[in-house]
Structure formats: structure tokens, C-alpha cells
Design a protein. Structure first.
Length: 133
């Protein structure tokens, strides 16, 4: 499992923000890879992003959160793009699975891991967090 974290943030509940990161998996086994987005300690989204084909794949995720206020704690989501070594790319919308924290966001963590066999390597890198005005 590969995890990348940005700490020392102070994103108030009234501030929209975005999280972007890159991910990839290596060839070597017919195994898929998944990613997870964690805001503070809340596991917000988990998704299998790659195929289970024995090939290298890479992609990116862009997550957007609107202001987090009562009755709007799932007002956001992600777009994930995947490009296999051979074949066509795909773009998928990913929904939030639980309410976003209704407190200031102080850390963002992205975890990328192998789903089953543990034979391939999966990575996340280039994690960026932007606030919007």
C-alpha cells in the first residue's frame, strides 16, 4: 500500500476545495488496484480504479468538495481517468460514500493499494490540495 498525505491544512467548512493526484500500477500479475481518499480521519471514497489485466496502467483523480454545511455534507465527488498500456482510456464519476467532515479539514490522505494478490506495485504521487474562492 502506498499513501501520500498533506498535513497542516486549515480548510474551513465554508470553503470549497479540490484534491488532485496521479496513480499507477505495474504489470506482473492479473491484479487490480484501488484508491481511497481520507479527509482528516474520514474514509470518504474507495474505488477500484484499474483493470485486473496484467499490464501497466496510470491515471489521475480529481475530487471536488463544495462548502460542507448541514444537509450538504455529500456535496462533492470525484472524476477518475485511467489509461491502460494497451487499449482505450476511460473516465468515471465517483460518488462520496459517507458524509464529509463538518469541521475544518486539517489533512488529506490518498492511499493506493493492490486488491488481492500483492504481486504488482501500486503508487500515488503528485497530491495537490487547492482551496477555491
Amino acid at each position: 500500500e502506498n499513501a501520500v498525505t498533506v498535513t497542516g491544512l486549515n480548510i474551513p467548512v465554508t470553503m470549497p476545495f479540490q484534491v488532485w493526484f496521479s496513480c499507477r500500477k505495474t504489470a506482473g500479475a492479473a491484479e487490480a488496484s484501488s484508491w481511497r481518499l481520507v479527509l482528516n480521519t474520514t474514509n470518504l471514497i474507495s474505488e477500484t480504479w484499474s483493470s485486473a489485466t496484467d499490464q501497466a496502467e496510470y491515471g489521475f483523480v480529481r475530487f471536488h468538495a463544495n462548502p460542507r454545511k448541514t444537509n450538504y455534507l455529500r456535496s462533492g465527488g470525484a472524476v477518475r481517468q485511467r489509461t491502460p498500456a494497451a487499449g482505450a482510456s476511460d473516465i468515471v464519476g465517483v460518488a462520496i460514500e459517507v458524509d464529509m467532515p463538518n469541521v475544518a479539514i486539517t489533512s488529506v490522505t490518498v492511499q493506493v493499494k493492490n486488491n488481492a494478490l500483492g504481486v504488482i506495485d501500486s503508487y500515488a504521487t503528485d497530491l495537490f490540495v487547492w482551496t477555491l474562492v
